[in-house]
Design a protein around this ligand. Sequence first.
Ligand code: SF4
Length: 532
Amino acid sequence: MKSNNRGDKTDLVPQLNLKDFPPGVDRRAFLMRAAMIGSVAVLNGSSAAAQEQNALSVPPPQAPFLSPDLDVVKKTKGPVMTTIEEFYKVGPGPSSSHTIGPMRITYDFYQRCLKLPPDQLSKATGMKVHLFGSLSATGKGHGTERAALAGIIGKEPATVDPLFLDGLRDKPDQTFPVKLGAKTFNVSLKDVIYDAPKGDFPHPNTLTAKLMAGDSVLYEQEYYSVGGGFIEWKGYQPPKKGQPKYPYATMKELLAHAAANNLSVAQVVMANEVAVSGKSEEEIAAFVDKINNVMVAIVKSGLSMPQGVLPGPIKLKTKAGDVYKRAMDDKYEKQRGIGVVSAYALAGSEENARGHLVVTAPTGGSAGVLPALVYALGEGGRGLPKEKIRNGLLAGVAVGYLCKHNATLAAAEGGCQAEIGVASAMGAALISQAHDQPNVVIANAAESALEHHLGMTCDPVAGYVQIPCIERCAFGAVKAWTGFMIASNEIPANRRVDFDSTVSAMALTAKEMNSKYKETSEGGLAVSLVLC
Ligand code: SF4
């Protein structure tokens, strides 16, 4: 053993045997880990062996359990089959998994109950909704109970009046009649129960809905809010769909189809939408234009709101209007681009925090990002024609599909990289496609935006989708534009990181991220920020 310059007899930098790595261990992972242990040892002066011992003695972080029966888990096999109508969903904020998902679930349960035999319905006296896991841990801050109640009384997520949900918050003791066949009974917020936050659930966002006859359960269904407003239930079978014209499970495959057929990313997506959904191009275009219009309306609504305080204990002041005014002030003209994009994103995200209608793109927490870019590309800035923005939204959704297919869109599984990171990557693809950039630039822009969100944790303060979420949408939108600027100004072939590798990195990071940073409000800012 040789002495080091600190006088002890520890070999600070061991000779790594780079040939012999343990069986069953990925070589690259082994080399990187060994190198990291050596580096840490050098930095703090302890022995590499001690570092190794410490590393081995710390239990690995627990990834949340996901049942292999969930379709969202099985879908990692085969080509992307998601359709644009499944992806871009309109519903009440602030969270696709904690408000839109639960409301879609309870609305689905209400619809199922309507179809039960009359003799069963005649015994019904009430309904109960039990929230488990992350839905229970942070549901109060998201208003999950209000969204769940609205669904069981038959309100549709896409058309519910946000003022109705505001009214539930302001007057929580209200009761509402539920009419099932000839039977009518009342329900209230007391029928939505915050059940066990921790346990052995098939998914971190598990919910059970029950139709009751006194204390007996007449009919029950277990559901999962699997991220991005998508829902599944026990025994879920995905709907029958057509086969995609250009099957792809990676960006590499998508780009190969596009190159072989001389198509843009948006054209590949449109051809697959037609084949998988069975709808016409006109119908799909009309849906995308509707989403564009809703996004524009969200930004305008957010900008028009007077400065005020958002619901919840944080008492967070809104700022979209002020940031916009300053950006438009001639004194700050040079900062205008960043200022207005930030203001638009803040406007959309503040609408989400108010519990008003948003579009999952991919989620509620990230719902300020794409509307900001759509508005900035259209009437709020560049003035690009609707058709270009439609193509942008089609290219953006391909990026969202791939992230969902090969990683996750749920903060409860992957932290904020899965929400704002994916939104930003979708946004970079949107901007690039809207500017008719080559396909490789679209992929590179999305890669760049996603890469610089890797590892981002989800730590909403007090469980409210406000801090860090609202400003994070502004950063996500600006980074999307940065990704576009970098990718469209570099030689595409020089880029060393490809989109698929970055999605893999996101999936790996999601798996290894400590569960405290996955929408539980048990870590990060949610712990360090003291509200007074
Ligand atoms: S921190 Fe990110 S992932 Fe978590 S709720 Fe906020 S926006 Fe969503």
